[in-house]
Structure formats: C-alpha cells, structure tokens
Design a protein around this ligand. Structure first.
Ligand code: FRU
Length: 497
C-alpha cells in the first residue's frame, strides 16, 4: 500500500480522489484537519496566497513516519477547507535537509528570477541544514504557481557560519518597499530582523530577545501586522515564535527596523495554552484588507515521534484569523477559526437552559463535531464539558470559578501509554475572566484533536487525544453547585477528504 501511496504523492492527487478510497479513515485520522496521506509532518512552511490558491508547504519526511530527511511537502486549497496534495516541492539534497521557512510572491520581480514578461516568481526562503555543522538561509523559486521549483545557484544567501540559525519568515514591507526576514538564533534566544531589496543580499537591522519564555530554544519566528478588534483602521504588530515546546507572542510596534514590545515583559503570553500547538506562522500575500491567518503544527516535540498514528504523523490546526484587543492595559491576541469552516456544519442541534449540579449527557454522540456553548458561572463551582466520554473515560474542558482558571485535562481520555511525557503533560490551564458572568466555549473535536476557543478566542487550547472509538459521548458537568448552560449549539462536521 505504501508504494501506491508514494506514487500518488509523486503525481499529486486531490481530496476528492481520497473519498473513494479507504485511506483517511484510519483510527485517529482527523476528518476535517489537514494531515499528509502518509509519513511524518511537522511545521507549516511557506504559507502564501497566490492566484486564488492558499499554499500549505510543510516539513515532511517522504521516507518514513518519523522525523528525518526533511523536505517540503505541498498542498493547495481554494477555501482553506479542501486540500489538494501536490508532489514534494523542495526535496532533501545529498547532505542538506530543507528546514522550515516561508514563501513570498515577488510581484515586481525584484529577484530577477522571472525571465518572460508577465511571469511572477514565487520565492521560497528556507534553512539549509547540514547535520551537526551548519544552518544557513537558502532560496528557491517557481515560475508555475508553485508546481515546480528550482533552487538558486548561489545558495546560501545568508550564512553566519553557525550550527543553529534557522526558520526565516520573509514578508514584503510596503512602506519602505523592502523584504524583511525574521529568523532565529535558537540558542541565544534571539529573533534577528534582516532587510533585502532582491531576496539575495540581506543586511541585519535589529535583534529582539531574550525575552518572555527563555526556558527552551527559540524557533519559527513571525512578525506581522494585525487589526485591533472593533477599531477599524487601527493596527498593531505581533512578534510570535516557538520557545520549545510551546509558543509565545509579543504585541507592539514595528518601525521598519525594530520591533518594540508594549506588553508586560515579566509575563508570558501564549497564542495557545494547550500542549499541542507549535511553529505556527501566518499567510503572506493575502488580498488587501483580509485579516491575518495562521496555521500551527498540532504536536509537541516532547513526544511527537511516538504518537500512535499510522501511516502518517501529525496534523495542522484549523486556520485561524488573528486580531488583538487591549484588555486591562495589555494587548491580547484573539484567534477565531476562519469562518469558512462553518460550511462543513451539518445536523445542527440546539439546547437551551440546561442546568446541572452533577452531570447531564447530551443526546448526541460523535468524535467529529463542533460545539458552541456558554456557561453562567456561580462562585466556587467547577464546571464544563466532557468529550470522548464513555466507560468512565473522558477529555475534560472545565472552568474553575474560585481560581478563575480555564483548563483542559486529557489524563482519562484514552491511550497515554506510548510516551511518558504525553502521560505527564495531561492538564493545562490559563487564567480567564468571565464576561458578564459567563464563559463561552467554541470547541472542535476531530478524532484525535480538540481545539478550544474561549471568550471570542481570547484564550485558545489545543490538545491531542487518542480515545477509544466507542467513547463518543458528550456530557456537561458541574461540581460544587448548580451551573446553568443558557445555550448550546452542536453540529456534526462533514469530512474534507
Ligand atoms: C521546529 C523545527 C524548526 C526546524 C524544523 C526541522 O519544529 O525544529 O526549527 O526548521 O522543525 O524540521
């Protein structure tokens, strides 16, 4: 079967072709999140919109179901829902792996890669990795909307002679008509910003960090402008990156040279407070006025290679729209799943005013669903919802009113035996204030992933789980007093494959 899948990968094939097959129906296989057909995947790379297509490149091992032989896998979508798998875009070279990076549309042909009038080059900027020796920044280009790629003859374009120097995110800075690259020095815990006029020569402009979370190495930086929610025409800049094994963000201003953080320096702000959200970056070249869109890798390096899925490993998050809002003097990143996801809804059910002081089982069963609910929270209660429930097992999403904490707990949700770190990393939490006495939860459950967006995306938590297929109950719960759930909406979600 692997041979068939490999040849399909080489010619490229679409999600429609998949529907007819038994592929993509494996145990744990998400139905509406992106996964590669076979083999290992990590970071999203080169997210770019061009000629009506959203490109998703990703760290990919075409040779197996563990990390290695890093290359760029490739898929495209017209709506961020249904994806067409394409053949490997950038393949590993003899001694150089293709690590993470980004992709731009070179509208003015500043790189000179276009050879005929009307051609618009797509340029990928990635890290060339020579194991144990060197990491430097390389470029490659495509003149056919990303279907075929040619590596630049004079790579690398930026080499500090270092062993760790990676993950270039390049974007066009219109006010000064120049390219900007955010790239990390992982061990120094610094983001460097470089500028270029042709994507081939780069000058250092400034450095940011160490700051915030400095416990792990720093990876996968991104610098982008976001709208301020509810204030049309107002924007801030977000510097986001992955201090392993989680992510953090800073919000402030960027003047074309330097990023200045305006949030508290002693506090750590995370785009996702769950265990499984990493290396997220945003799309380049979106249509004017479109809100930024990010995609993250749903896994955690502490156990990533050991998760019990086959013949593939890892999925991507739902694409998320980003904005910021000022709350109590701090800038908070807001994330919402892109509205296109609503097109997948089917079989809606709604319930009003359910009150429980122990447990209330909803009359639906599913491991592929979306829920939107609010809870009126009295003091001293712990309440919420359990998914993948059955035979005493469940994944719990709860709010602790005394401590004002939102938490997820997957310790009883299924298989945790495959890696001690997965079993240990089971409960995650973040402070969250009720709004008008209420906590709102918007939840996506897709076989082996749960994404929770709380209070309009002010706190987000993403986690993997590996439950028994028969454990598909959904239960509301409360401890310490009665809790009212004024409204609950539920949808089954159509598969994208
Ligand atoms: C982040 C990362 C990047 C690197 C890539 C290698 O998950 O470690 O820093 O470029 O993965 O696959």
């Amino acid at each position: 079967m692997k041979q068939i899948l490999l040849s399909l990968l080489l010619v490229g094939f679409s999600s429609a072709a998949f529907c007819q097959s038994s592929f993509y129906k494996e145990r744990y296989r998400p139905r509406f999140h992106f996964t590669p057909p076979i083999d290992w995947m990590n970071d999203p790379n080169g997210l770019v919109y061009h000629h009506g297509e959203y490109h998703l490149f990703y760290q990919f091992n075409p040779m197996g179901n563990r990390w290695g032989h890093m290359s760029w896998g490739h898929a495209v979508s017209r709506d961020l829902l249904y994806w067409e798998h394409l053949s490997v875009a950038l393949a590993e070279e003899k001694d150089t792996m293709i690590f993470s990076g980004s992709c731009v549309v070179d509208q003015q042909n500043s790189s000179g890669f276009a050879t005929a009038p009307g051609q618009v080059p797509m340029v990928a900027i990635y890290t060339g990795h020579i194991e144990g020796k060197n990491q430097s920044q390389h470029i490659a280009y495509s003149l056919d909307d990303g279907r075929t790629w040619k590596k630049y003859d004079h790579n690398p374009v930026l080499d500090l002679g270092k062993k760790d120097f990676r993950d270039p995110k390049v974007f066009w800075y219109a006010p000064e008509k120049k390219w900007i690259m955010a790239v990390v020095l992982p061990l120094e815990k610094q983001v460097q910003l470089y500028a270029s006029h042709n994507l081939k020569g780069w000058q250092l402009m400034s450095e940011f960090g160490p700051a915030g979370d400095t416990t792990g190495i720093w990876e996968c930086p991104d610098l982008f402008q976001v709208p301020v929610a509810g204030e049309p025409g107002k924007y801030k800049w977000v510097l986001m990156h992955s201090p392993a094994p989680y992510m953090q963000y800073f919000v402030g201003e960027f003047d074309g040279t330097r990023f200045v953080n305006e949030n508290k320096t002693e506090k750590i702000y995370r785009p996702d407070y769950g265990p499984d959200y990493y290396a997220a970056i945003t799309y380049n070249n979106l249509p004017a006025g479109a809100a930024p869109i990010s995609i993250g890798w749903v896994n955690n390096w502490d156990y990533a290679n050991a998760i019990p899925t086959t013949p593939w490993k890892s999925m991507m998050s739902l694409p998320r729209n980003l904005s910021v809002r000022k709350k109590n003097g701090e800038w908070v990143l807001l994330q919402q799943p892109v509205t296109a996801v609503q097109q997948l809804r089917t079989h809606q059910r709604s319930w009003k005013n359910i009150r429980t002081k122990s447990e209330y089982t909803l009359p639906v069963q599913s491991q592929v669903c979306e829920l939107s609910l609010s809870m009126l929270i009295p003091a001293e209660t712990v309440s919420g919802i359990r998914l993948a429930a059955g035979a005493g097992h469940y994944f719990e999403i709860g709010y602790d009113a005394a401590q004002k904490i939102l938490y997820i707990d997957r310790s009883g949700a299924g298989d945790t035996s495959f890696h001690p770190a997965f079993a240990a990393l089971s409960r995650y939490q973040t402070p969250l204030q009720p709004v008008n006495g209420k906590i709102n939860l918007h939840i996506f459950f897709d076989k082996s992933i749960i994404e929770v967006f709380a209070n309009d995306g002010e706190a987000v938590m993403t986690a993997q789980l590996f439950p028994e297929e028969k454990n598909n109950g959904i239960t509301l719960f409360s401890k310490g007093g009665a809790v009212l759930f004024p409204g609950i909406d539920y949808w089954e979600i159509k598969p994208i494959w």
